[in-house]
Design a binder for this molecule. Sequence first.
Ligand code: SAH
Length: 455
Amino acid sequence: MKKDDIVTLTIDDIGTNGEGIGRTEGITLFIKDALPGDMVRAKIMKMKKTYGYARLMEILKESTMRTTPPCPEHKRCGGCQIQALSYGSQLKFKENKVRNNLKHIGGFENPKVLPTLGMQEPYRYRNKAQFPVGYDKEGNLVAGFFASRTHNIIPVQDCLLGKEGNGRILSLILDTMKSYGVSAYDEKTGKGCVRHILIRYGEKTGEWMVCFVINGKKLPHAESFIEVLKDLPGMTSITVNINESRGNVILGEETYTLYGQGYITDYIGTISFQISPQSFYQVNPAQTEVLYNKALEYANLTGEETVWDLYCGIGTISLFLAQKAKKVYGVEIVPQAIADAKENALRNHISNAEFFVGKAEEVYPAYCAAHGEGARAEVIVVDPPRKGCEESLLAMMCEMAPQRIVYVSCDSATLARDLKYLCSHGYDLVEVQPVDQFGHTVHIETIVALHRTDL
Ligand code: SAH
């Protein structure tokens, strides 16, 4: 089998990035946009010894797991990888992905992975959108999404995962940019002004935030942008974030307010949160509540416990648990997020939560060293970014030996790696619950309960 050969095969598996996997003549082929159960004709694009990549030419027989994807751009756009897979099959795929990582990376023989908790309505769930702004080949000003694996902007203003109001906000901004000749940033030259438009929505409050991410300090014609946006229902916060760096990081360090407040508010359960542009906030409000209720269940609090919430963001899990704990400590690296967290404790009259800025792997061990036995906690929650926890932090946690650890993860591969460490240093894996926060993408949130082995 060689490049440009045409093969016919049946897809029998799905890869971690949503690509179809099939086998023919002893070779494993990865085929984008093919689904398990499809019989396809495909052209070999690249061959290695035992595997290769092929391009889908024709679906000869459709998989029963297929559904008609509602978004016309789903194949080009990098956002959704598995929109053509029926939602029920997506949930099963995610459960299997978590189980496979626990087996192959974590070395767990038969981990208790529960079926994925799915969404009631798997579209229009995202409360946050970041639209790159730039020019198309003809030089027209566009905003939308990057095409898969490129930085070409597909001018989509209405992403079906996002809120319906995004499109209106975006077109008002683009029209104003055109009227006043405000330029978009050009990644190649490093010149031009507007890089990204960040939009956030408070699901329970109906509040909108618009943040202009610009290459420069001052947004030209700021008053005209305020004028067109401020009367939209719920417009609460218009801000500018300064990002003068080259490279791919979306937000810069500094944000200032053009109109209204520097934040919007939202509720999770009965707790109200203020959210600044730079703070992390879970993107799927309905499923966040499902996730945090699981965290509460796994923490199993009676009111007597001390809890550490490491990687706490704006204190969402901390304050959720503070309702049932004696004391909660939160640690987070982004200073604005900790400022939000402190404000959020006050706003909800929660007085048994304390927050620290810094790296979890530095702040927590330093606190333990300074307080000795006084640093003991019954429960530790960790919710790290995709790269997972530093081993030194896991080691410190095991040394402090809380009765229960609740691990919340957005990457089941690093989760499996970290669980392997925890379970060879005194903990048992009790239960693993995938929660679908990111429908139609290959991403999966997972929450895990661990108990100390000797208890
Ligand atoms: N638990 C929160 C936030 C989880 S996202 C929630 O559910 O909303 C992960 C958070 O970890 C982000 O806020 C990120 O800024 C923070 N973070 C990243 N690296 C960190 C580190 N080394 N130490 C502490 N926090 C970190």
